[in-house]
Design a protein around this ligand. Sequence first.
Ligand code: PLP
Length: 426
Amino acid sequence: MNEKRPFITKEQAEEIVKQYPTPFHLYDEAGIRKNARELYQAFSWNKGFKEYFAVKATPNPRILQILKEEGCGTDCSSYTELLMSDACGFSGKEIMFSSNDTPVEDFQLADKLNATINLDDITHIESLEQAIGHIPERICCRFNPGGVFQLGGSKEGFQVMDNPGDAKYGMTREQMSEAYKILMQKGAKEFGIHSFLASNTISNEYYPALAKILFQLAVELHQETGAHVKFINLSGGIGIPYRPEQSKNDIAIIGEGVRKAYEEILIPAGMGDVEIYTELGRFMLGPYGCLVTTAIHEKHTYKEYIGVDACAANLMRPAIYGAYHHITVLGKEDAPCDHKYDVTGSLCENCDKFAVDRMLPEIDMGDILVIHDAGAHGFSMGYNYNGKLRSAEVLLKEDGSTELIRRAETPADYFATLDFTGLFNK
Ligand SMILES: *Cc1c(COP(=O)(O)O)cnc(C)c1O
């Protein structure tokens, strides 16, 4: 269980709204920093530990600056994410480039920034060589064990279940050996292993189980090829409790679980210098951002509807995955949830609902709603369907003041890629 209290009060929200009209995404600097420190503490037993924040989760320079101050690097998978990392002062080993289906220019920019390139496929060895004219000394390969990945079976099902065999990412076991051999011949000296087996896991067992698989693989690859495995990247996948009945992962327990696997597998193999990396997005930012929106319409037909001023263009997870995002009506935190509502946005799409049949306190027009856990894969998945404009992003700083860290789009932004010249004789 987790209580799902918003990180702002009604009074704070009313102050912020005077300056920045809803809807906007709000981020909690204190929460982001505290969580990042707990992650580093949990892995402090590993000398080279580093978190490479998955930029795609929350691509905002101010957020990246905060994470950089906490010791994080960035994980990029596109040209513009690389540009943003560079503009934020990340360079060399601070950037992990974990792409797939990679365009030539992306490899070239990653190389120019001396980022660590994580190859998604064995054919990318040739693509990379053609793109940049050589193979870097430091290189990583992404592993996909295939099949189904399951943890913690019980009558209710598996605690974690995902389907690597259906995923487009990574190389097979045989390809990993082959890739290492080819890369060594072409001059690579420091090797990494990367794998992402399950997403949004609510389990302290996921990382330790993944670590065991990758540590075993590291030992085998080292013995087979003689390659120096320098780091193992456990990538993303540690989840957050979107629902109140779920419990939070305990990063200290997760760190200890990985340490145990490290001591059981890598140390006896004489590989006690392997650095552990993570590439978390959701875990780093998810709970520390929310979408703040105002109730602007109510509708009573076959169901009870509350229309808010945000829509799926601001947060699309409910619309595309049917994802649950907890909602708090500010000022009514302790009121009984005795009304059943669909909370909707204004897109001409019936899936544009932040909640369906949700029990909430009675909502009055003008009430401010907090849609929780929108800090990762929230704003960044936004789009412009129906001509909707992306909202602002606001940072709630540690001292309680606020800072606009991205202005809201204007119609001029929407039209900026179009040219009307000569079209309408106006
Ligand atoms: C998306 C992604 C991540 C982050 O995933 P989370 O679920 O946000 O932790 C990490 N690595 C890669 C390669 C990704 O694509």
